[in-house]
Write a protein that binds this ligand. Sequence first.
Ligand SMILES: [Zn+2]
Length: 168
Amino acid sequence: MEKSKTYDFLIIPGVEITARGAHIVALNVYEDISAGLSIEETVELVHEAGGLAVLAHPITIHKGVKRLLRGEIFDAVEVINASSFPFLFSVSRSKAFAKKFGLAEVAGSDAHYFEEVGSAYTLVNSNLSIESVIEAIRKNAVTPCGGRIPFGIRLKREALVLKRKFSQ
Ligand SMILES: [Zn+2]
């Protein structure tokens, strides 16, 4: 985080927490929040820690939320997740979900490898400070952008996963 001051970019501390039934991205948290809690408990802990709770990839078939009744407890929804499959279906369903609950819409690349970074991203109307970015998300001054991870890079990712599996 020291380096970001010299190089003019911002790092916001965050973590993706596996709650029971959803993955939740906690932004601007500086403490550990346990995995395996209920969705409601997890969101409450994120808020108590002063963070934002973003519902990650809600619709993706293999890692999504099957049935989520209380969308309003979140601060934002990741409507574009570059790794989601099937991609277009997940984007349109996630957007409908965000609209239904009046939530800010953000995007993320869900990058596991360097080349995947930036496949999807969120434009934020703010200054270059953590407080300003968090406030912009709260006010819904954000625009989700980008698309899915390019097919070639995706293939490479799957190949790396296989290689790792067989080299163990
Ligand atoms: Zn996830």
